[in-house]
Design a binder for this molecule. Structure first.
Ligand SMILES: [Zn+2]
Length: 187
């Protein structure tokens, strides 16, 4: 089986998440969202929509800060605050991906203690960049995907309306990958 795992970090965002959800629905595929706790708190209806449409919601951080800049105490407090917000929405995340994939020696342990697996990614398309194009993002997704790959994209933050280029890239990338025999699953 040629499976791929689409994952989206840094949302939810009022500007882009609904558009992305509609695109995924049109393609009939499910994805995994690594949400930012404070964004989830600001837009719980978007996180609920992700769940309602059959996607998986996982944890990115509460505030989008590098773990390298935090003490263990502030790091676990950040994690717990985000988990509380998600729990309020009936979500217990199974996966955790720290901002920029930056880990500390205790990251895996603290995630595990909270019943989450720490996971990074296999494929990046540098979709957050200010001056990339949808065609460039699409090409990178197509060139770099392989069976079993976890693809990391973004539906929030980024420079210069970055997620709008990500969504545009997916309008070509998803049908092309489906044509190549790939299926999409949640983590
Ligand atoms: Zn991020």
């Amino acid at each position: 089986m040629k499976k791929l795992f689409l994952t989206f970090d840094d949302g939810p965002s009022a500007e882009y998440t609904m558009e992305l959800l509609n695109l995924l629905d049109e393609a009939g595929i499910k994805a995994t969202f690594f949400v930012v706790g404070e964004f989830a708190k600001a837009h719980p209806e978007l996180v609920e929509e992700e769940i309602k449409r059959g996607h998986e919601v996982c944890l990115h951080a509460n505030r989008h800060i590098s773990s390298w800049l935090m003490t263990r105490k502030t790091y676990t407090e950040d994690m717990d605050t985000a988990l509380e917000t998600l729990e309020g929405l009936g979500i217990r995340p199974h996966y955790y991906r720290p901002p920029w994939g930056m880990t500390r020696r205790f990251s895996r342990y603290e995630a595990g203690k909270r019943k989450m697996h720490l996971i990074k990614w296999d494929v990046m398309a540098e979709d957050w960049r200010a001056h990339t194009t949808p065609a460039e993002i699409c090409r990178k997704i197509l060139d770099r995907s392989f069976p079993g790959a976890v693809i990391c994209l973004h539906d929030g933050r980024g420079r210069n309306n970055a997620p709008s280029r990500t969504i545009e890239a997916l309008r070509t990338a998803i049908p092309t990958l489906l044509e190549r025999g790939y299926t999409f699953e949640t983590l």
